[in-house]
Design a protein around this ligand. Structure first.
Ligand code: NAD
Length: 269
């Protein structure tokens, strides 16, 4: 995909944009001409770095604090974004975390934290964005859609994941959150889709790639035989948010080097 400033004059908000996949998406949306809200909950200095990078490409960005699972924080973040940039066209619900435990040892706090951030956070941010999309409708010269939402899901919206039941449930929930929103909001020209990454090299899954043994082991799950990079996901997100993808809504696009192809069956099971 070439750099054609496909998001010129649009405003985007990326949650969890100071690390990993969110950071790469924010930078790519900025390169494509969008003004970008850089949400963070910790490490404000990392959010400053992302803002600086976008500005260095001639773009505009601001950092915005919010815990996405906190309603007041989310509302305040949207107010700040809209007062700075005048509206919102694109929401990337990227913030997420893991709290892993064997099923019998998983605490209620671990369960709740993951559901609150990964699922309720996407609900709260989507609701705030949709209210704004509905207020403004399609704005001539900006985009064919009144608004676009991209939910960061995972291959674990379809692949069960032992030791991570809270995470898999949160992403399974994101699938039907996304599809139900897409169905309800399509008549209002609001597109809602998910991205389902496989293994992408970020801090969230460091233990899966930081030693040669771990990486070798991971390759048994990836037919394409390489770990994904945040930039792989960023170029997909920027395209999905653009008018080039105007007829796509209600879909999860997996970006996983074939992880969802049941590689264990490649030699006849
Ligand atoms: P990461 O840990 O680098 O980034 C996660 C981001 O979410 C961080 O910026 C973190 O501060 C933020 N965050 C966490 N809790 C938050 C909260 N309450 N409010 C606001 N922000 C919060 O990990 P990543 O791999 O870049 O993960 C990004 C998304 O991609 C997550 O939703 C994750 O589930 C999903 N994902 C990642 C992979 C992978 O292999 N890396 C695979 C599938 C899905």
């Amino acid at each position: 995909m070439k750099n054609n400033m496909r998001l010129l004059n649009q405003v985007a908000l990326v949650t969890g944009a100071n690390s990993g996949i969110g950071k790469a998406i924010a930078i790519e949306l900025g390169k494509q001409g969008a003004k970008v809200g850089i949400n963070f909950v910790s490490h404000p200095e990392a959010a400053d770095e992302v803002v600086k990078t976008i500005v260095s490409y001639g773009g505009q960005a601001i950092k915005l604090y919010a815990d996405v699972s906190n309603e007041e924080d989310v509302e305040a973040m949207f107010t700040a974004l809209i007062s700075k940039f005048g509206g919102i066209d694109i929401l990337v619900n990227n913030a997420g975390l893991q709290q892993d435990a064997a099923f019998q040892d998983m605490t209620l706090a671990q369960w709740k934290l993951v559901i609150d951030v990964n699922l309720t956070g996407q609900f709260l941010c989507s609701r705030a964005a949709v209210r704004e999309f509905l207020k403004n409708g399609v704005i001539a010269g900006r985009s064919k859609a009144a608004g676009k939402i991209i939910c960061m899901s995972s291959v674990h919206e379809v692949i069960p994941w032992g030791g991570h039941v809270n995470y898999a449930c949160s992403k399974g929930g994101v699938e039907l959150l996304m599809k139900s929103m897409a169905q309800e909001l399509a008549p209002h020209k609001i597109r809602v889709n998910s991205i389902g990454p496989g293994a992408i090299q970020t801090p969230i899954n460091r233990q899966a790639w930081e030693t040669p043994e771990a990486l070798n082991n991971l390759m048994t799950l990836i037919p394409y035989q390489r770990i994904g990079q945040p930039e792989d996901v960023a170029s997909l997100a920027s395209w999905l948010a653009s008018d080039e993808a105007d007829y796509i809504t209600g879909t999860t696009v997996f970006i996983d080097g074939g992880m969802t192809l049941y590689p264990g069956f490649s030699t006849n099971g």
